[in-house]
Ligand binder design. Structure first.
Ligand SMILES: Nc1nc2c(ncn2[C@@H]2O[C@H](COP(=O)(O)OP(=O)(O)OP(=O)(O)O)[C@@H](O)[C@H]2O)c(=O)[nH]1
Length: 428
């Protein structure tokens, strides 16, 4: 699959909306009592609840990231509290702020792009060891040589590369840039909600740092939201894992079972099955078989008439039409059956793939590119006077067997006579 084709706006949109909301709220100079109290405790609450959630789902990477963001928040919050109470900054404020500006993107980029190992405990220990080593060396230096360290950090500048807009210590920007590139590459290689959230969360933190002492709520609000978007993305992935079929992206059996409990008095259920799929797999290989299932699912997803497609299992799909009659659904089922029949699938066998564009063009013009197509048989049943959804599925399954024995690539319903299979044929 081309990389950009897998990029989804839905991976970014919720995170983007939350962060934009955060930017707007952080600009407010006065928050009401409720939100003030909320944002004062939110980072800690998110660390505890989100941390427990990540532990539960074995997400060491997100857990370590939450801890790193929280530590930076804790250090900066101590400084801003003092600043607000005393009207002046603490003695070590500049040093602490500069260290946070450098260590936050460093740890964020490192933890974010560091792939989780299969052994969860080892992974967690390795991440904790990095934090401990970096933290203890920094702390020791800051305690022992505060002035020297501050002077050294202040000297880290390249006047040629300095921009007017740079309000943070100059090396902060390349560190954020490296972290952003790492996280972007990670997203492009594996477009997942969590990878998108990690990338956008980094920008939230970059926005926040220069405003830490300037806007009274920027620190609490943006820390909270940067943590929240990561936790929300973990929750979104957990939901997808539980309820979406990974291969086709369609809702899986669990969602179907749940939907069946909420169907009203009238509904239609269709079972669709790819024809001769075993033979297809044997001829073209399991990978091509998977590719075909994805394409069949993509066509079924487009079903009209208020229908919804689910992967029932294997090469079998279920279509549910709430509040519809059989007559209303048949034309829509026929449209997808035909769409699948005429769809030509270009085989993307890696070994057969041309090495250059020129070669690819030559092959295509020479007709050497291999194309395949599949068909589906569909059995469809509607709820009668009585009957549970399970009984309607059984009836649709029975009709599917009739469709198979009637020659496949057709639609049948219970009681339909043998031969009355294709609507177009029947209508003409
Ligand atoms: N590639 C791939 N194959 C699958 C998947 N799930 C099930 N299959 C294959 O689907 C085939 C189903 O074959 P059968 O149930 O015998 O039926 P069929 O060959 O489609 O024949 P008819 O249904 O009678 O037209 C088996 O070979 C399974 O291995 C999957 O996720 N990916």
């Amino acid at each position: 699959m081309p990389i950009l084709a897998a990029v989804r706006l839905s991976h970014f949109l919720p995170t983007l909306l939350l962060l934009v909301a955060g930017v707007l709220v952080a600009q407010l100079t006065a928050l009401n009592e409720f939100f003030l109290s909320l944002f004062n405790v939110l980072p800690t609450l998110l660390l505890l609840l989100g941390g427990a959630f990540c532990v539960g789902y074995g997400r060491q990477r997100e857990l370590s990231l939450l801890v790193a963001v929280y530590l930076a928040y804790f250090l900066l919050d101590t400084q801003t509290d003092y600043f607000r109470a005393q009207g002046k900054v603490r003695e070590d404020a500049v040093l602490v702020f500069h260290l946070c500006c450098l260590l936050l993107p460093l740890l964020y980029g490192l933890y974010g792009a560091w792939r989780e190992r299969s052994h969860l405990l080892q992974d967690l220990v390795a991440r904790a060891a990095v934090l401990l080593a970096l933290g203890s060396v920094t702390l020791a230096l800051a305690k022992r040589f505060p002035q020297e360290l501050q002077a050294w950090l202040g000297g880290l500048q390249w006047p040629l590369w300095h921009g007017e807009w740079m309000t943070l210590l100059q090396p902060t920007y390349p560190l954020f840039l490296i972290a952003a590139v790492l996280l972007l590459v990670q997203y492009l290689r594996q477009p997942r909600p969590v990878h998108a959230a990690l990338l956008l969360g980094l920008f939230g933190l970059l926005w926040m740092l220069p405003k830490t002492f300037l806007l009274p709520h920027a620190l609490q609000v943006m820390t909270s939201l940067s943590m929240l978007v990561v936790i929300a993305a973990v929750a979104q992935e957990a939901y997808q894992m539980a309820f979406r079929d990974e291969l086709t992206g369609l809702p899986g059996r669990r969602v179907l079972n749940e939907r069946l409990q909420r169907l009203g008095r009238n509904y239609v259920i269709a079972m669709a099955d790819v024809d001769h799929f075993k033979k297809f797999n044997d001829t073209h290989g399991h990978d091509v078989g998977d590719q075909v299932l994805r394409l069949v699912a993509a066509q079924l997803r487009k079903i009209g008439g208020g229908g919804r497609a689910y992967r029932y299992g294997g090469e079998e799909f279920t279509l549910v039409f709430p509040g519809k009659t059989l007559e209303e659904c048949l034309p829509h089922l026929e449209v997808v059956r035909q769409a699948i029949e005429v769809y030509r699938i270009q085989l993307r066998d890696k070994q057969q793939r041309p090495r250059s564009d020129k070669q690819g063009k030559q092959r295509r013009s020479g007709g050497a590119a291999s194309e395949v197509s599949v068909t589906v048989s569909i059995g469809v049943a509607e709820r009668g006077q009585q009957g549970t959804p399970e009984e309607v599925i059984k009836a649709a399954d029975k009709a599917l067997y009739s469709a198979k024995s009637a020659g496949r690539n057709c639609i049948r319903s219970p009681g339909q006579r043998r031969g009355a299979v294709k609507l177009e044929a029947a209508n003409s």
